[in-house]
Design a protein around this ligand. Structure first.
Ligand SMILES: COc1ccc(-c2nc3ccccc3n2[C@H](C(=O)Nc2c(C)cccc2C)C2CCCCC2)c(OC)c1
Length: 233
């Protein structure tokens, strides 16, 4: 049985990424906000676009701390950000939804989200994803590394030097694989299950434009940044 060991460099890499991940968190009070008040579909749509806009800004800051990211071709950096922003948003939402909350709060939050204005057809796939993330009981380090792996996906549209992105992603994948083996020794498949979530995430993200344009409001206004990142307007 090969002894799995995280090297000093990998420890340092993990610390840099985790610190950046925790530093670049938009106010987590979104869940609290939703638990406090019932908002109209209009108010929820505005909340969603505000949250998504600040999430993209946070994502840009976070990527600057991914070792090697700034050494990539500038246009490839943009292509990776554009290509991963929606997935990062759903991953963050899933992590917010899966947080340990006092009894009954998760149910209230779920109800608020179901009634937020999103059209029915997307509710099941969205919550299936949130619950499949929740079941993993991911550690903070795993969440931060999984988000980093999502950003460093080589086959995003318009990426020119895919090998350079692949090299960076492989470095992170190796750390995450070791972390999973060390943290979940009884579950050798845990790492594979984690990566399987990224496939579910990509599928869910295909619906994002429709989820927005079908929101039950009369006028769907987006910020210029969201028009850039989301395939809307
Ligand atoms: C594209 O369609 C979506 C995307 C996300 C959600 C979503 N799932 C959530 C799970 C837990 C908590 C809040 C959750 N959100 C929204 C939110 O803000 N997500 C969020 C963002 C956007 C950035 C950073 C961080 C987060 C949490 C609330 C926006 C206001 C209406 C209710 C959903 C969604 O719900 C219907 C529909």
């Amino acid at each position: 049985k090969e002894k799995v060991e995280i090297t000093k460099e990998q420890q340092a890499l993990m610390k840099v990424i985790l610190d950046a991940y925790n530093r670049h968190q938009i106010p987590q009070d979104m869940a609290k906000k939703l638990l406090q008040d019932q908002y109209s579909a209009e108010e929820n749509f505005l909340l969603l676009t505000e949250m998504a806009t600040s999430q993209v800004q946070v994502l840009v800051e976070f990527t600057k701390n991914i070792p090697g990211f700034l050494t990539l071709d500038r246009e490839d950096q943009i292509a990776l950000l554009k290509g991963s922003a929606v997935e990062a948003m759903f991953l963050r939402s899933a992590q917010v939804f899966s947080r340990k909350m006092p009894n009954g709060h998760t149910e209230v939050l779920e109800e608020r989200i179901r009634k937020s204005g999103i059209s029915e057809e997307f509710i099941t796939p969205m919550f299936n994803f949130y619950k499949s993330i929740g079941e993993l009981h991911m550690m903070q380090e795993e969440q931060a590394l999984l988000t980093t792996i999502t950003i460093l996906t080589p086959d995003r549209p318009y990426v020119k030097d895919q090998q350079a992105v692949e090299r960076l992603q492989e470095t992170i994948l190796d750390v995450l694989r070791k972390l999973c083996v060390l943290q979940h020794p009884q579950e050798p498949q845990y790492f594979a299950r984690l990566l399987g979530r990224l496939t579910e995430l990509r599928t869910l993200s295909h619906y994002h434009a429709e989820m927005l344009t079908s929101w039950r409001v009369n006028d769907h206004k987006f910020t210029p940044l969201l028009c850039e990142i989301w395939d809307v307007q």
